[in-house]
Design a protein around this ligand. Structure first.
Ligand SMILES: Cc1cc2nc3c(=O)[nH]c(=O)nc-3n(C[C@H](O)[C@H](O)[C@H](O)COP(=O)(O)OP(=O)(O)OC[C@H]3O[C@@H](n4cnc5c(N)ncnc54)[C@H](O)[C@@H]3O)c2cc1C
Ligand code: SF4
Length: 580
């Protein structure tokens, strides 16, 4: 009997493991025994972990991934139903606090193979060159230890691998075009274009978004039903579950789902040698490895490092700088809703399909540093009801009337850069989860620059909505996109990892996810997180011998290994621009 992917007890069905309407995973997964010392152990198979494990497997390494959530079979597990999609999120206990606490739960991070890329909207803009040198340019935040040019080849690779649909020319940051043609406009995109055009603001129509505008290989094109945040049962939206994980498994990677890492174990010579984790039944196991890469995202990565405190590392692993958990960031994500006389029908398009980055850069005429983007958001009815409850205070019959009017409303989102502050941080709470592990406590407060930016940005989005012709405009304040908490930097006294994600303290311990971002720009972070993962993979492949056996650190830039892309992602479909 073959074992089903993601389970040790179910037989593989005649259909194989289903990943989208047309994609089947037939290959049985390789299984390593626990006493085998594998080359790389990746904790968390989300946006970054999925790309990383795929490349390491394709390069021929023995690699195991531990994933706390399930290995989704999209036909069996998913429904196009807003109410039933919360299981895609990390909803375990977390404690929130600070002056401006982050609402934790359904709108933060994913749980399950694919992680946050399963429920993301798919907006995939690049960061701007200025994002990598915020301190040098604006005297705030931090500089990255790498430049835009270091990441550019990986942006180009990932834009083909996902792939990203968008305009032939995107004028902001480092101007470039997209490999797949743009999507047609939905009602909200039309409102954004109308409002921006009236105010003389440039706007990008139809992307950049990691959703197929035409079918490619075993993935169909978008059918414009708007369930992107519910996982996209169709398989048109990119998630590492369908873009990278299948290739990882075909190349010999093992992904152990429902496996919650609890502690990283310190072995001899100041090196880590394994991870203890809990299976679905709560049994504890230890997987040994020559090198460990943590890819659990902005809250769970610091939590795991802090929970792994041991003799000699009493404040947590990789934390001699006392930086683990600090500089946690979210982006300002205010949602502005406008009512139009004509029908808008928000749900009849992907939420992500038009944007402007006209206000992205620092403008010396404003009284704050950095900037923001404006994007389509298009909530489905339950999310819309929550926004309207907060924005208008409606409830009961009032809410019913508002919901009956849903098809006349459009929603635009602010995406504003909040700066990294040391007091915005993840620590361990006294409360424990059902494995007995201390849960994360997240403290978050806005600072003066953040508040000024949000006020200006929010008013600009309102202005655009009014210019588009909305009769009534309301807004709901919220945050989007966690990053930071294990930031990269050149200085071991002020950062956790170097520019390749290697911890300053422990030579065979790496971090590879959104937690390593020193600043966040006002672009959605997912593409950058995956591009960084591909770059870290190239480094691990180049330096594997040293990483496995010594403490030597060689920061030579690795070659860009284009041949490690998943097959069929280059030169097929309807690419507009080919990478070099
Ligand atoms: C509603 C919503 C919409 C979004 N839309 C966009 C968008 O349009 N564009 C964009 O760029 N970004 C978007 N994002 C953000 C994006 O999803 C994240 O930035 C991105 O997925 C983070 O990638 P990551 O690899 O760092 O972490 P994740 O993708 O979250 O992966 C981390 C994985 O690690 C696992 N894990 C954690 N701890 C452990 C442990 N101890 N043991 C085992 N496994 C563990 C988790 O279960 C998870 O699968 C959105 C986020 C939300 C909430
Ligand atoms: S709108 Fe397109 S990308 Fe979004 S869920 Fe539907 S098919 Fe998938």
């Amino acid at each position: 009997m073959q074992l089903a992917i993601g389970s040790s007890s179910q037989a593989l069905g005649t259909d194989g493991h289903r990943l989208g309407a047309m994609q089947r995973l037939e290959t049985p997964m390789r299984r390593y025994s626990e006493d085998e010392v594998v080359d790389f152990l990746v904790v968390g198979i989300g946006s970054a972990g999925g790309v990383l494990i795929q490349r390491l497997a394709r390069a021929g390494f023995q690699v195991v991934g531990l994933e706390a959530g399930p290995f989704w079979d999209t036909e069996r597990d998913w429904v196009s139903d807003e109410a039933d999609s919360h299981k895609l999120y990390w909803e375990d206990l977390r404690i929130t606090g600070g002056d401006d606490p982050i609402t934790l739960g359904a709108n933060n991070s994913g749980k399950g193979v694919g992680g946050g890329s399963v429920h993301w909207a798919g907006f995939a803009p690049r960061f701007h060159p200025s994002d990598f040198r915020v301190y040098s340019e604006d005297g705030v935040g931090a500089d990255w230890p790498i430049t835009y040019q270091d990441l550019k080849p990986y942006y180009e690779l990932l834009e083909l691998e996902m792939p990203v649909s968008g305009p032939v020319w995107f004028p902001w940051g480092d101007p470039h075009g997209y490999p797949f043609g743009p999507h047609p406009m939905g009602g909200v995109g039309n409102a954004l274009i109308r409002g921006c055009t009236k105010l003389g603001i440039g706007v990008s129509a139809g992307g950049p978004v990691a959703i197929l505008a035409g079918s490619r290989g075993d993935r169909p094109h978008c059918i414009y039903r708007g369930f992107c945040l519910q996982g996209c049962k169709v398989g048109a939206k990119a998630s590492t579950l369908i873009t990278h994980v299948p290739d990882a498994i075909r190349n010999g990677a093992e992904i152990r789902d429902r496996s919650m890492a609890g502690r990283i174990r310190l072995g001899k010579n100041g090196r880590v040698d394994g991870v203890s984790y809990y299976d679905a039944e709560g049994r504890e196991h230890l997987q040994r490895a020559k090198a460990i890469i943590v890819a659990g995202y902005a809250i769970e990565t610091p939590r795991l490092l802090l929970n792994s405190a041991c003799a000699g590392h009493e404040n947590g692993l990789a934390n001699s700088s006392d930086t683990v958990g600090r500089y946690l960031m979210v982006q300002a994500g205010n949602v502005v809703l406008g009512r139009f006389e004509e029908l808008v029908r928000m749900y009849k398009a992907p939420p992500a399909h038009a944007m402007t980055e006209e206000f992205y850069e620092t403008d010396r005429r404003r009284d704050f540093a950095r900037g923001f983007a404006i994007q389509t958001v298009s909530p489905l009815p339950i999310a819309f009801a929550k926004h309207m409850m907060a924005a208008k205070g409606v409830w009961g019959w009032g809410m019913r009337r508002v919901l009956m009017d849903y098809n006349h409303w459009a929603a635009l989102g602010l995406l504003g850069e909040i700066l990294p502050w040391p007091d915005n941080r993840v620590t361990l709470a006294a409360e424990r989860d059902h494995f007995g592990l201390p849960v994360a406590k997240v403290i978050f407060s806005l600072h003066e620059n953040d508040k000024k930016l949000i006020e200006f940005g929010k008013n600009k989005v309102i202005e655009v909505m009014q210019a588009a012709g909305a009769q009534e405009v309301v807004q709901d304040s919220r945050y989007a996109h966690l990053v930071g908490g294990a930031r990269m930097g050149r200085d071991a006294r002020t950062s956790v990892v170097d520019g390749f994600g290697r911890s300053h303290d422990i030579p065979n311990l790496f971090v590879c996810d959104g937690s390593i971002l020193p600043t966040q720009g006002s672009a959605n972070p997912g593409l950058t997180i995956q591009a960084l993962a591909a770059r870290t993979a190239d480094y691990l492949i180049s330096q594997a011998d040293d990483i496995f056996t010594s403490g030597r650190r060689d920061l030579t830039r690795p070659p860009v290994r284009r041949h490690l892309s998943p097959p069929g992602t280059h030169g097929v479909g309807i690419p507009r621009i080919r990478s070099g």
